[in-house]
Design a protein around this ligand. Structure first.
Ligand code: SF4
Ligand code: SF4
Length: 492
């Protein structure tokens, strides 16, 4: 099996930044208390099915709603329910269940799971994937007959597994797929093939993952129905709106999900969660999280129970005496984490610790620097790239310069992954010209990846202007035209 190489002219390579996590992992102790959000991953918030004072086991379903598009949520420890309340969880009002541990470390597994999954009927696989919570994975969920996604399993035409490390900091594929786990991954794919028999399967790995690609190809050679692609390590190729057009030549209309065009995109942890659920009956109660960025003492990975608070994960791990900003999953688009009492959920892949910029750097854009990244390659770092991997580029929260007028350099246009002209949209919105021209310039195609803002020579917050432009259009009743081709399932 030879992978097909896909080229992508847009986007941006984040090469050689400091704070990449090493391929090491440590298992955290079972926490004395967890706070479990009832909305985790894809789907609606579920209803609690336990009461305060009730004893629960690790792996027991504590929230479930078969009427809405959702997947069950589990207790991640053994103990007693001490609170059910609504909190502000990363900007959304969310019901959470707090459980205090009783010190036992057992786990309630799902009945019907078996390592002989080949002999298992498809409806048992369907039920196990749903009951385990694995069905909440990905941007559209994994379809089951239990309403876990906006389409049914037999409507899925394409499943894409994305192993694209396109962010500034990325979870290590070596950690996710080390040792025997690679064979679990390939078995997980075959299990999903049984669940969605009409689907064609594709895998996109970034070209830097040579070892993983060749091992995966060896293991998957008997599975003739999987197309393997290599793609450049470019941001934001992990996004459905960019990866699907590149691999399948199909576009996701604005306001819809990949599922509405019959495609499901899943990451590697999602495939492993399916394997664990179907072969061992293990529900999704743990997460591997990469600790990235220069603000950590050690850049590594931890495996923690869902519901563990950030404080328990981060204690003694950040550098002392530094002002640090913590960000979830992506430097460019992630939530800032300020409340350390908040728990991790299924949606955490990485926590990034950036050193907080305290000074404005006057005329920073003309100062040379071996550790500065720039799209225009004006800094010395571009000379050292590839020559000395020990010289890493810095990553902090400074703007590194002042906001200046647009100089029409076109860099924002060069990188936009969905072929917009960000400076054109910016000028329209800045001048308050909110009319149909913005729709003609495809403002609704913007995927809020923030790459235009990142590369802008003049430090203009382009993506924010573009988002404001869309909101102002909506205020004036101007919306994105509906697609003129049939879509599947329920509109999100
Ligand atoms: S934020 Fe929007 S306009 Fe800017 S690069 Fe991303 S998709 Fe293009
Ligand atoms: S990158 Fe900034 S300065 Fe250059 S064209 Fe775009 S908006 Fe203007």
């Amino acid at each position: 099996m030879t992978p097909e190489q896909k080229k992508f002219a847009k986007g941006y390579r984040f090469n050689n930044f400091e704070g990449q996590p090493e391929a090491k992992i440590s298992q955290l102790d079972i926490p004395s208390k967890v706070t479990i959000p009832l909305k985790q991953g894809f789907g609606d918030e579920v209803a609690p099915i336990v009461e305060i004072g009730q004893t629960v086991e690790a792996g027991q379903i504590i929230g479930r709603d078969d009427e809405s598009i959702s997947s069950p949520v589990h207790s991640s420890i053994n103990g007693e329910v001490v609170a059910i309340e609504k909190i502000d969880y990363l900007g959304e009002e969310t019901t959470v269940i707090t459980i205090e541990s009783n010190g036992n470390d057992g786990l309630q597994t799902l009945p019907g799971a078996s390592v002989n999954w080949q002999d298992m009927p498809a409806d048992t696989i369907d039920e196990l994937v749903y009951l385990s919570g694995a069905a909440s994975s990905g941007t559209s969920g994994i379809p089951t007959t239990f309403n876990s996604a906006s389409i049914m399993p037999n409507e899925v035409e394409n499943v894409i597994v994305q192993g694209v490390a396109s962010q500034i900091h990325n979870i290590s594929l070596e950690v996710l797929l080390k040792g025997d786990i690679l064979s679990h991954f390939t078995a997980g794919l075959k299990i999903l093939k049984k669940l969605m028999p009409k689907a064609r399967f594709h895998m996109a790995l970034d070209e830097s993952q040579n070892r993983t690609i060749s091992k995966a190809l060896q293991l998957m050679s008997p599975v003739k129905t999987i197309n393997v692609f290599t793609v450049p390590r470019k941001y934001p190729l992990h996004r459905d709106e960019v990866l699907i057009p590149l691999l399948l030549g199909q576009k996701i209309p604005h306001g819809y999900l990949a599922a509405n065009i019959g495609a499901i995109v899943l990451d590697i942890p999602a495939i492993l969660a399916v394997y664990d659920a179907v072969t061992e009956g293990i529900p999704l109660i743990e997460k591997t999280i990469a600790l990235c960025g220069p603000g950590f003492r050690e850049n590594t990975h931890v495996k923690a129970r869902i519901g563990t608070c950030l404080e328990d994960i981060l204690k003694k791990r950040t550098k002392p005496g530094k002002d640090i900003r913590l960000v979830k999953n992506s430097c460019l688009t992630g939530n800032t984490l300020t409340d350390m009492s908040l728990p991790i959920s299924r949606t955490f892949n990485s926590i990034i610790a950036l050193t907080e910029g305290t000074e404005r750097e006057f005329l920073s854009f003309v100062r040379p620097g071996v550790n500065k990244d720039s799209f225009s390659r004006v800094f010395l770092s571009s000379l050292f790239e590839g020559l000395s991997p020990r010289i890493k580029k810095g990553c902090d929260t400074n703007l590194h310069g002042e906001v200046r007028p647009c100089i029409a350099c076109g860099f924002c246009e060069d990188v936009c992954p969905v072929n917009l002209i960000p400076h054109l949209l910016f000028h329209q919105v800045q001048n308050d010209v909110i009319d149909e021209l913005l729709i003609n310039y495809k403002i609704f195609d913007c995927i809020d990846c923030n790459l235009c803002t990142y590369v802008c020579t003049s430090k203009i917050p382009l993506a924010k202007y573009i988002k404001d432009g869309r909101e102002k259009l909506a205020d004036e009743g101007l919306t994105c035209p509906e697609p003129d081709f049939p879509l599947k399932g329920v509109k999100p």
